[in-house]
Ligand binder design. Structure first.
Ligand SMILES: NC(=O)C1=CN([C@@H]2O[C@H](COP(=O)(O)OP(=O)(O)OC[C@H]3O[C@@H](n4cnc5c(N)ncnc54)[C@H](O)[C@@H]3O)[C@@H](O)[C@H]2O)C=CC1
Ligand SMILES: O=C(O)C(=O)COP(=O)(O)O
Length: 598
């Protein structure tokens, strides 16, 4: 048994039959192929498509983006290129935008999401680092964040090597000196790289490309990365060491990890004190991983002989920054990704991801939503629809005023937990449970967060079946505990509202309500009746609906035993009038009934 999500707040359905959708979904999800590009697996992703009122969405491009990416965006959207916006200008504009594209120079704060009024659907980061985007706020607002993780890797690695070699040979200082009319050959004696030890901190895409190139320069390369697979390092001929080991034996250190709470100021006084005297440091990652004041102290004391920095805690750094002005420091203004090739690449990469997201696809480069491989998505597709419908149906059975706090989802499958990814199904059940009773829009990005915020505790269980794991799932059960139902029949023997569904011939079917077995296709709207099993019932209800010109799409009866109680389910194409529903309720053999929209 696998149980997830343990959240403990309360939410109360206020309008259980209201189905006013803030966003409509042509289908619960669409799929699209994620194309090309080296280093990227061909994933296909799910998503919740938003139908935009304006035929063309608006994309705000807040920083300079390569031409090819802009052209691509213009084929699909109205593109507003407004650079150098102040934070207030950005917040003002954002309520008119469906997507925002930035580089590292724009802070996408919580206020930006709040001020978007729910319109902003995707933030595209035309580059790797997303430390300038408030990811929690994005997730809370159901806004997808995508980046362009591969197209600037080589540019950043080449810049790292450029800084390494320039620093070792005092290129920048010598250049400035000669332009100042001097000729200082003995002052700018450098150090050689060959045979020296380079510690690469952060052995990801950029770090490993730097390692490859440094080996080509004859350096001995070691690395530290708590998450990097040892075999990838071995394949490049690099030993993975602990942080302390790596920094204490290195002659050169090159930084390539993201800025996170764990890496913030990881290079501090303590770290510098462990380094070999005369070490040289390159930072093409993020300024915030270094305590810049500690680095100045280490430079002054000679522990660090030289530093070459492309990135700073504050960008641009203050004009009087002691670090920038230090004679042993070489600086560039965050140029790691700034090659013609990389900028065209990231522009296309981010434009494709943003367009995909606006079309309703979840990009391969989503950073705040789970990625679902294509093959998993294809086989789970009908269960995704089933999940949402079960959620919608279950919550509409709750009597108004009963707070829904606890929902148990059971997946019956012959597959082991590792072979069945239920995140998508859970998100869709959550969507089905919450959307009918609120105006909140739920997608894969914000489902768990919204459930937590609304006090909905969703636990998941697996019911392991014998048999063939060919079919991912046999059935899904949704149970809502500790509530009253407006249709008492839906309460199972164990006291919860219980609905169960299966996929039959690719279509979602309701197969259990409470303790009654039924079998109806989950389409349109349903009238559920509990009745004393007797002849003529179908005709009686059918007549009332016929008089109202309500088309009946199907009827199905599930009974305990002949002439005892039965559950009749009637599918209708439109909502019958209150009067018709009242007349159905007045049929003597009908003990209770409920009208539900799927
Ligand atoms: N200066 C510039 O213009 C550019 C800077 N960058 C920056 O370079 C960095 C690396 O980028 P990529 O290689 O594309 O990212 P990546 O995600 O491929 O690699 C980052 C690596 O850092 C590792 N890491 C995480 N926490 C760590 C820790 N505490 N200690 C050591 N390693 C840790 C991760 O396991 C991962 O392998 C990012 O911060 C990115 O923003 C990237 C491109 C251009
Ligand atoms: O991709 C990254 O992480 C970078 O740091 C590049 O930043 P930029 O897009 O050049 O502002």
């Amino acid at each position: 048994m696998v149980t997830t999500s343990s959240l403990n707040l309360v939410f109360t359905p206020t309008k259980p039959t209201s189905l006013s959708w803030k966003h409509s979904f042509p289908s619960p999800f669409t799929t699209a192929n994620c194309t090309r590009r080296q280093n990227r697996k061909a994933y296909r992703f799910v998503v919740f498509a938003t139908v935009l009122a304006d035929p063309k969405p608006t994309v705000l491009v807040a920083e300079k983006l390569g031409k090819a990416g802009l052209e691509l965006l213009k084929t699909f959207a109205n593109v507003d290129c407004s650079y150098n916006l102040s934070p207030e200008e950005l917040c003002t504009k954002i309520s008119l935008c469906d997507a925002l594209i930035v580089r590292s120079g724009t802070k996408v704060t919580r206020e930006v999401f709040e001020r978007s009024g729910g319109r902003l659907k995707v933030v595209g980061r035309a580059g790797v680092g997303i430390d300038n985007v408030d990811l929690s706020a994005a997730t809370e607002h159901g806004c997808l964040v995508v980046n362009a993780p591969t197209a600037n890797t080589i540019a950043a690695a080449e810049h790292g090597i450029a800084l390494l070699t320039a620093m070792a040979r005092n290129i920048a200082q010598a250049d400035a000196s000669i332009k100042a009319g001097k000729w200082q050959r003995s002052k700018y004696i450098g150090v050689s790289l060959v045979g020296k030890t380079l510690a690469v901190i952060g052995f990801g895409k950029v770090g490993s490309e730097v390692a490859r190139r440094a080996k080509g320069l004859g350096m001995h390369v070691i690395a530290h990365d708590p998450y990097a697979p040892a075999d990838r390092a071995r394949a490049i001929g690099v030993d993975l060491l602990t942080f302390e080991e790596a920094i204490s034996i290195a002659d050169f250190i090159s930084l390539h990890m993201p800025l996170t709470p764990a890496t913030s100021k990881i290079f501090n006084d303590q770290a510098f004190s462990r380094m070999k005297k005369g070490v040289r440091i390159v930072n093409v990652a993020r300024g915030g991983v270094i305590d810049e004041e500690a680095l100045v102290r280490a430079l002054d004391s000679g522990i660090v002989a030289q530093a070459a920095l492309d990135v700073f805690t504050e960008e641009p750094p203050p004009k009087d920054s002691r670090l920038v002005l230090h004679e042993n420091v070489t600086v560039t203004p965050h140029l790691g990704a700034s090659t013609t090739e990389a900028q065209e690449g990231v522009a296309i990469e981010v434009a494709e991801a943003v367009i995909g997201a606006l079309k309703g696809e979840l990009a391969a480069t989503a950073v705040n939503a789970p990625m679902v491989p294509a093959e998993v998505l294809t086989e789970l597709a009908p269960f995704v629809t089933l999940s949402e419908k079960l959620g919608r149906l279950a919550v509409q059975l709750v009597a108004g005023g009963s707070g829904v706090q606890s929902v148990k989802v059971t997946y019956a499958s012959a597959r082991g937990p590792d072979d069945l990814d239920t995140r998508l199904l859970r998100a869709m059940i959550t969507k089905g449970l919450i959307e009918p009773i609120t105006s909140v829009f739920i997608n894969l990005v914000n489902a768990d967060f919204t459930a937590k915020q609304r006090g909905l505790r969703i636990t998941e269980e697996r019911f392991l079946l014998d048999g063939s794991p060919e079919n991912p799932l046999e059935f899904i059960q949704v149970q809502i505990a500790n509530v009253e139902s407006k249709f008492a029949t839906a309460i199972s023997d164990s006291g919860e509202i219980k609905v169960e569904g299966r996929v039959k011939e690719g279509k979602p079917h309701l197969t259990k309500v409470g303790s009654f077995s039924v079998d109806v296709s989950m389409e349109g709207s349903l009238i559920l009746c509990r009745q004393v099993d007797q002849p003529g019932m179908i005709g009686s209800v059918g007549n009332i609906l016929g008089e109202e010109n309500v088309n009946v799409s199907f009827m199905s009866v599930g009974r305990i035993a002949p002439r005892k109680q039965a559950v009749m389910i009637i599918g209708v194409d439109k909502e019958p009038s209150k009067e018709a529903l009242k007349r159905i309720g007045e049929i003597p053999a009908i003990e209770e009934f409920v009208f539900l929209k799927l």
